[in-house]
Design a protein around this ligand. Structure first.
Ligand code: FAD
Length: 611
């Protein structure tokens, strides 16, 4: 089976659906990018995904990164592929903010989506390096930027994010890694252990630049006391040359369910009291407060959207494999057709149901994610400050939806792709099961699903007196009001209007719970993920309906046998399927939230545990 990807849908998103020209017209991009670049770039990215990236995916899974004698040996081909991506414009030099070579997110992400799908383990290294470089660009000094960026962008060095510690995962605000001041106010001595660090020691670069959260001595308790430090694995001298090892040791790498090819390391900082970190941002204030976690949130938010996107890419790749298989596998006869011979399984109603279910989810979640990238592009680059602010707030609301719904949905979709293959889908002879193993982590890292449910109901629904959320809701309402009578879609638009009502009902229920904390406190976290699913499913349905209306008008201009007619019919089918078969889950979930059943709370804790 070949690695295939739906480049046509990516082109549709950028050329026919989103107002990409508004992004390309921003001062930062107008000299270098235009709508005409989209086809060329995406075709080339697809070629790279097929010819350079995908070939290392299965061997990487089988051989994996190995930890021997205190250092990591990368999986076969990873060193070369990482360099190739970073040196040829498929990595950080295109993804980073504010640098000359940086691309619009909508364009870069459409290209990188195919590479992520082709080998998720490889592209995680690239994305973390971009995230670390972006932190240095945003908050570092000129000297930091001169010291670290050239080699990070060239692929000689890589970047990581170091938050988690053995006893502090979700509770990142309580971390105990320490930063001790030195005579140089810029430099701190770092001491502590960080766990589960992706690329913490990948073995594929000559140096690793760790972005480390640590609490300066005397720092305030909890999140406000945490600082952010640049900690190179090998110290970088003032002239840019590599100095001595910086007392960062790799204690081991994890043996994981999936993503075998990327090394997840346990790192000790400062065992010999010699680990130096460069302070990012101002030193702690008189109350012992630093801004480290807030700065790190920039990297985390990028990674959260990236995680949801990565999940959807993997689901997409699994679906494309399943759809190829369904046209080739001969099994059974058409239901209820007398005398019919054996047929390809794609002829069976239930297999087609699974394929359309995957197609609708993948396209809908992709659309939601790209709406978010478009908002982020405008936020960061538009000269229209009011619009930039508004879209920035929408993107904040969307971030937990993308991370949590994207990663949770992908697991079901990839499992469904295995189902299409039947027994062989469960074997390692076929490429689909690897996606199930590789993608499970995506609902855990960058905050577990609950963290994002909580972020939605506790922060995003309530920030700025709730106006960011209600303004975001209004974008959906605006589309419904403008298209309520769209010919041929009356039923679907009515379904979407009911979805909008669900958003309003969930918001009202949560407002009431927050107003009655004494009685309802525990219902808030209990129903957070359900509330998030309602919001995500309504947003996805709205995006698909926007796309369906465009597809309908395009179809009207094409001869019935036009090659592209099938694509547009498929877009309409995705929207109808999702609105009629998936969105009703949001109706039911809204009822459940309003019902507020408390059996989870009243069930004795002991009854939940088997002794
Ligand atoms: C392969 C891999 C790569 C990783 N990469 C990185 C990396 O590069 N950098 C980094 O810093 N970290 C990384 N991590 C760590 C990852 O972010 C954490 O594992 C994750 O945040 C969850 O923390 P935890 O494992 O300690 O689980 P815990 O926080 O112990 O959570 C266990 C369960 O309890 C739930 N829970 C916890 N607290 C609450 C609460 N208050 N209310 C309700 N439920 C709660 C969680 O939702 C979860 O279901 C990685 C982890 C893995 C496995």
């Amino acid at each position: 089976m070949e690695f295939k990807y739906d480049v046509r849908d990516l082109k549709f998103i950028l050329k026919e659906w989103l107002p990409s020209q508004e992004v390309f017209a921003c001062d930062r991009f107008k000299e270098n990018f235009s709508v005409e670049d989209i086809d060329i770039l995406l075709n080339e990215a697809y070629k790279v995904a097929r010819e350079v990236v995908n070939p290392i995916n299965a061997p990487g899974d089988k051989v994996g990164a190995r930890f021997e004698n205190g250092s990591v040996t990368p999986s076969p081909g990873f060193t070369e592929a990482y360099r190739f991506m970073q040196q040829n414009g498929w990595g950080s030099s295109s993804e980073c903010i504010k640098i000359e070579t940086g691309m619009p997110l909508i364009l870069y992400k459409a290209a990188s989506e195919m590479n992520s799908a082709a080998c998720p383990a490889l592209m995680s290294y690239v994305k973390l390096t971009s995230g670390a470089a972006n932190l240095i660009i945003r908050f570092g000094t000129d000297r930091d930027r001169e010291t670290f960026l050239p080699k990070m962008l060239s692929g000689d060095w890589q970047g990581t994010m170091c938050l988690t510690e053995p006893n502090f995962g979700s509770d990142v605000g309580d971390i105990i890694t320490r930063a001790y001041p030195t005579a140089d106010p810029r430099i701190y001595k770092i001491k502590g252990t960080k766990m589960f660090i992706t690329g913490g020691d990948g073995g594929h670069c000559e140096n690793t630049i760790h972005m480390v959260l640590a609490r300066p001595e005397g720092g305030a308790a909890g999140s406000p006391g945490i600082g952010l430090y640049i900690v190179p694995k090998i110290w970088v001298n003032d002239d840019g040359s590599l100095g001595k090892p910086n007392d960062v040791t790799t204690a081991g790498i994890e043996h994981k369910t999936g993503l075998h090819a990327h090394a997840t390391a346990l790192l000790n900082f400062g065992d010999e009291e010699e680990c130096r970190g460069i302070l990012v941002g101002p030193p702690p204030d008189e109350k012992g407060q630093s801004n480290g976690l807030a700065m790190m949130f920039h990297m985390m938010n990028e990674s959260r959207i990236g995680t949801g996107h990565n999940a959807n890419n993997q689901a997409a790749a699994a679906y494309y494999f399943a759809s190829q298989f369904a046209t080739e596998r001969i099994q059974g006869r058409p239901f209820g057709v007398k005398g019919a011979g054996r047929c390809a399984i794609i002829k069976h109603e239930d297999v087609r149901r699974m394929l359309l279910d995957m197609k609708a989810h993948v396209e809908g979640i992709r659309a939601m994610i790209f709406k978010g990238f478009y908002w982020l592009d405008i936020q960061s680059n538009s000269s229209d400050k009011a619009l930039a602010k508004k879209y920035g707030e929408f993107a904040e609301v969307l971030t937990p939806l993308v991370k949590c719904y994207g990663s949770e949905a992908s697991l079901g979709l990839i499992s469904e792709a295995i189902q299409v293959l039947g027994g062989v889908g469960y074997t390692q002879e076929y490429p689909v099961e690897q996606y199930l193993r590789d993608s499970k982590i995506l609902s855990i890292w960058e905050g577990t699903s609950f963290i994002h449910g909580n972020d939605l109901v506790g922060r995003k629904m309530r920030m700025k007196e709730g106006t960011s959320f209600t303004n975001w809701m209004a974008t959906i309402k605006g589309f419904i009001d403008a298209n309520a009578k769209a010919e041929g879609f009356e039923k679907e638009m009515a379904g979407l209007a009911r979805g909008y009502q669900c958003l309003a009902d969930v918001k009202a229920t949560y407002d009431a719970w927050f107003a009655d904390m004494a009685a309802k406190r525990s219902l808030i976290p209990l129903y957070a993920i359900k509330a998030l699913f309602v919001c995500a499913q309504v947003q996805v349905a709205e995006c698909l309906m926007e796309q369906a209306l465009i597809a309908k008008s395009k179809l009207a201009t094409l001869p019935a046998d036009a090659f592209d007619a099938t694509f547009y019919k498929g877009k309409i089918a995705s929207a109808r399927y999702y609105v009629n078969n998936v969105l009703p889950n949001a109706f039911l979930a809204t009822e459940m939230i309003q019902n507020g059943d408390d059996s989870v709370l009243t069930c004795p804790e002991e009854a939940l545990v088997v002794n």
